[in-house]
Ligand binder design. Structure first.
Ligand SMILES: [Zn+2]
Length: 141
């Protein structure tokens, strides 16, 4: 992956497979789901500490974000830009959409400065119902 190469980072086979699985999943995926998917897909038996270490690495390089409310992980759409991410997570189907807005960066920077706070990890999560689930509800009801 180009971004990793630029940053001199090592994208090992395991890290690459985790990234692929997260991209294919299309929704926040937990560490244990990843372990199971790797077992099925790659016939790899990987323990939780190894998965968490790989996820930590991917997060430290901006390739993956953690959705705290779900204790799950999503791939970052724009790892080359160190911006704040706004995730919309559907509580019905579990899908997530990542959006960026420079106003969010400004707002966080402004408020952090007010209280002398230095933000490091900036992920904003909004949970609700996605448009396809809303449509499905409307059709079904
Ligand atoms: Zn949904």
């Amino acid at each position: 992956m180009a971004i990793c190469a630029e940053r001199g980072a090592q994208l090992t086979e395991l890290r690459r497979q985790i990234l692929e699985l997260l991209w294919e999943s299309g929704r926040p995926t937990g560490a244990y789901e990843l372990i199971e998917a790797l077992r099925v897909r790659a016939a790899r038996l990987i323990g939780p500490p190894t998965i968490y270490r790989a996820l930590e690495f991917l997060m430290s390089h901006g390739l993956v974000s953690k959705i705290e409310s779900r204790n799950a992980y999503v791939p970052c759409a724009h790892p080359e830009r160190q911006t704040n991410s706004l995730f919309f997570i559907c509580s019905e189907c579990g899908s997530s959409v990542e959006l960026e807005d420079p106003r969010l960066d400004r707002l966080i920077a402004e408020k952090a400065a007010l209280i002398g706070f230095r933000p490091i990890r900036r992920v904003v999560e909004a949970e609700g119902i996605c448009s396809s689930c809303l449509d499905a509800d409307a059709e079904g009801g």
